[in-house]
Design a protein. Structure first.
Length: 364
């Protein structure tokens, strides 16, 4: 990409020029350079998303008796969100309890009968046949199985009654209701959409020119400033780095994660911008040789040899002098270049209309 930019600069520089003289005072756009910034000093726009989101549903069918929450409500884990009419499931539970009482009584009788017959058979085998003992044993086994089945039915009935209550599985915000009170719903039909906002994710797109350093970048702390809360820095950490580039932008998704601030609420969908921790990113940037000052592309030009330059403006004489720079990286706003110092004035537009030593007038 840098070669392409250099080639473009050469083409511009070699294009048709009108004759320029030093005596002509030319008005120019200019900028005063700020501190050098590493790649981690760049801002990357993004959008907040919830760490968890789920469509909640009942596990049984029925009529919605009540919905306790509206869209926008904040809920805690375990809060009741909605409830079905429990009458049918309460009847089912009552029947199951009756069945287990009946099965338990049958088991008691079967145990008693088997014990009596077995005792008689042991004392006097001729008084009771072996087949009678076997029959009583089979009846006992059947009674035990009926108790097991009744207990399972009871547990199922208890579960079904509990399933008529829809509770929050985690702290979050209600963002959508799919049904209204008194509607008949089927099992697993969507009822409420819940987002977990106890922590927030923020996804940005990183250019492919930085991906070769992604292992180092992943250890850099970051912070996010949201458009809704200008000037407030929210600390964040890198959670995951995408490995597949966008086919259109050739950028890679990087997801940050942060805790909810105490002073305000970050909501999913809020726009903002993220920046790497300055101290850490500066150290890494020095290691990989990616520290520089960001300037507009229009401030650069190339000579016939393909070297890149900018025009420096002497603050006293207002004359321009050519200064070679090294393009470290391309950015969304321009180019990150090395070879310039903080506080220097440079020409930002019309660079191909100037000559060495020409006097200029900075436009306000």
């Amino acid at each position: 990409m840098l070669l392409l930019m250099t080639a473009l600069l050469v083409l511009v520089a070699c294009g048709e020029k009108k004759e320029i003289t030093k005596d002509e005072v030319r008005p120019v756009k200019a900028m005063k350079l700020a501190d050098p910034e590493p790649f981690g000093g760049r801002w990357f726009p993004g959008k907040a998303t919830a760490t968890q989101e789920v469509n909640l549903s009942f596990r049984v069918s029925g009529r919605v008796e009540q919905i306790q929450v509206d869209v926008g409500a904040e809920v805690k884990q375990g809060d009741l969100l909605a409830q079905l009419d429990p009458q049918d499931y309460q009847v089912e539970l009552n029947n199951a309890e009756a069945q287990i009482s009946k099965a338990s009584a049958g088991l008691d009788l079967a145990e008693s009968e088997y014990a009596r017959v077995a005792r008689v058979y042991d004392k006097d085998p001729g008084a009771v046949s072996k087949s009678m003992v076997d029959v009583r044993r089979a009846q006992l086994d059947t009674a035990k199985a009926q108790v097991i089945s009744a207990k399972a039915a009871l547990e199922r009935a208890k579960d079904n009654l509990n399933y008529t209550f829809l509770k929050a599985p985690f702290d979050g915000i209600i963002v959508e209701r799919f049904v209204e009170q008194f509607e008949d719903v089927r099992a697993n039909q969507q009822i409420i959409r819940l987002l977990d906002t106890s922590s927030i994710e923020f996804t940005v797109q990183i250019p492919e020119t930085l991906m070769e350093h992604i292992d180092k970048i992943a250890h850099i702390g970051a912070y996010v400033i949201y458009d809704a809360y200008p000037g407030v820095e929210v600390p964040a950490k890198i959670k995951k780095v995408g490995k597949e580039a966008s086919k259109t932008t050739r950028t890679y998704p990087v997801t940050l994660i942060m805790d909810q601030p105490d002073a305000f609420k970050i909501l999913p969908g809020m726009a903002g911008k993220a920046k790497g921790n300055k101290a850490a990113s500066s150290k890494i940037a020095e290691e990989v040789g990616m520290v520089g000052i960001e300037i507009p592309i229009s401030a650069t030009f190339a000579d016939d040899g393909g070297q890149t330059f900018v025009w420096l403006i002497d603050e006293q004489t207002k004359k321009v002098n050519r200064q070679e720079v090294k393009v470290v990286n391309l950015t969304e706003e321009g180019a990150l270049v090395a070879g310039l110092e903080k506080g220097t004035w440079i020409v930002t537009a019309g660079v191909n209309t100037l000559v060495e030593g020409q006097q200029v007038r900075i436009l306000q």
